[in-house]
Design a protein around this ligand. Sequence first.
Ligand code: UDP
Length: 247
Amino acid sequence: MNNKVNILGVNVDMVTIDEAADRIIGFFDEDKLHKVYTPNSEIIMNAYKDEEFCALLNDAELLTADGIGVVYASKILGKPISERAAGYDIACQVLDRIKDTDHSVYLFGSKPGVAEMAREKLIEKYPGLRVAGTHNGYFKPEDEPAIVEEINATGADLLFVCLGAPKQEQWLARNADRLKVRVAMGIGGSLDVFAGTAERAPEFYCKHGLEWFYRLKKEPWRAKRMLALPKFGMTVLINGRRYKQED
Ligand code: UDP
């Protein structure tokens, strides 16, 4: 049930989108904070080079494979993950399941105005969904306690933290003890996609593991960051087996 594959030190759960959503729904029944992160190959490469960040990722209750590179890495290491479980897709599943219930979601992150637009779009897409509140992702460190208080005051039990990696994971690590939500998901640019200010790659690209290629075409300035993908593949091939896999 809790099968994980150790990819360069990061213990990724071998779950599908559906299974990840099932686990998250189960987390609502436990009276504590559960952190959910969705590392892609770039994030795992950063963790490989930064022990502290690696520990911070492994502290999550659920870590899913966001990106075809991570899925391939799991295959190379002999513990195949059956599909890419991107944060955006898991978030959609969870929202669909909690609409028409007492659960409510707080949207935190992205540029001013985006979370509010995402709220509108989400309520249209998931009628009956309760969006407890929103806050943009550009703030001063001294504002953090007030933001946490605001999130707690809304009574939300689900929190989307969309500050990009590693900011969102670091923010959650710093504020975990004070947060009252039961599930906090670090899901990068998802609010932009919900709001419609950023596009997701068309289905064809996602299905064939070519989302990176679509993003490269659309956002060529990401090319340097994308070199992380082949580097990641090589590093997994060369060093991946040094990491102990649990049975
Ligand atoms: N962001 C933010 N605060 C910051 C930096 C970034 O809210 O200080 C937001 C940014 O507006 C974007 C998201 O974080 O909505 C990161 O998106 P990106 O696609 O770069 O991250 P990824 O999903 O690749 O981690």
